[in-house]
Design a protein around this ligand. Sequence first.
Ligand code: NAD
Length: 359
Amino acid sequence: MTKKIAVIGGDGIGVEITVEARRVLNKIAEKYGHEFKYTNVLMGGVAIDELGTPLPEETINVCKASDAVLLGAVGGPKWDVGPGHLRPEAGLLGIRGALGLFANLRPVKLFDALADECLLKNSKKIDMVIVRELIGGAYFGKRETYIDENGAKAAYDTMLYRDWEIERIAKVAFKLALKRTGNVVSVDKANVLDSSRLWREVVHNVYAGNEDYKRINLSDMLVDNAAMQLVREPGQFDVIVTENLFGDILSDEASVLTGSLGMLPSASLAENSVGLFEPCHGSAPDIAGQNKANPIAMLLSSAMMLRLSFDMEQEALDIENAVEKVLAKGFRTGDIYRGNDGTKLVGCTEMGDAVIAEL
Ligand code: NAD
């Protein structure tokens, strides 16, 4: 099979980890007789420096013409001073909007070999997916900063959802739950927010409207309680579905359960467009360019690309199993290395080598 992949290395460690992703994907291609054709495109700080914009048209066009997009990370202190539309993050929001990436899937899994890395001691098995709505709500609603009638500086953001936006993300969560244990928790703030009351109503209508969903166990949870339950008993969750802002915060909270941000992949999916696959972490300027980054989140994101965009289940499993074995053998990048347990400290490239060796 031949597939076109747009690669956005971005800034900081984004560049290093996408190199490892390509090396691992090339090994998969060799093993299964596939051909992956990569096109490198600019986004984020590097695009601001070279082209004066965080999201060049060319990048959008190449992504749209590809079968999938791999993204490293964007951002860094160098670009933190510009106005909002000239910051690397504007590239991130822009590409999500341009590709219609409404569904963000973030698996949060604690590997057995890293059980001691979990901040919660004696917690039960952690293996959940957070399904976050990605192009609605407060991050995309009307906003303004202004001087009010009394001369005070004021600002507002609008959290707006339409029924169809909630319907389509609810369906993603239910379909995913059918392949897992079938336990869906819908997170909202329906005791206070109108948009959350609509969220709850629509999620339940979608649930009731499909016979296939009957074997799913759906429950609602207020976001403040969800934040607490995630650290109290994370093992209770299988699929969490929630709106954009709540999902942003809860998925970062959940990420520490696996020991390091460097372990967490994500997939952003559209209805009729390409998917984008990226680690949950940022560009880590503190370790950029030093061969210290953990490439595993990027490698697991590549596995999600193989599974969800290319329908290559076995190839995806190969990468996931290789990562599991490499961790079991004791290979550790700095973020997951403790030094007193017989494990071996390796760099980004060596971690890539180890995964390739297992493949
Ligand atoms: P960060 O995720 O880049 O780093 C947080 C901490 O985790 C750092 O100590 C870093 O060294 C470590 N870390 C992160 N990923 C790692 C990896 N793969 N291996 C080893 N250690 C890793 O978050 P930050 O420091 O808050 O943000 C840095 C920049 O990244 C900012 O400009 C921010 O806006 C941007 N950012 C981008 C994205 C994205 O591109 N999707 C997401 C979050 C933050």
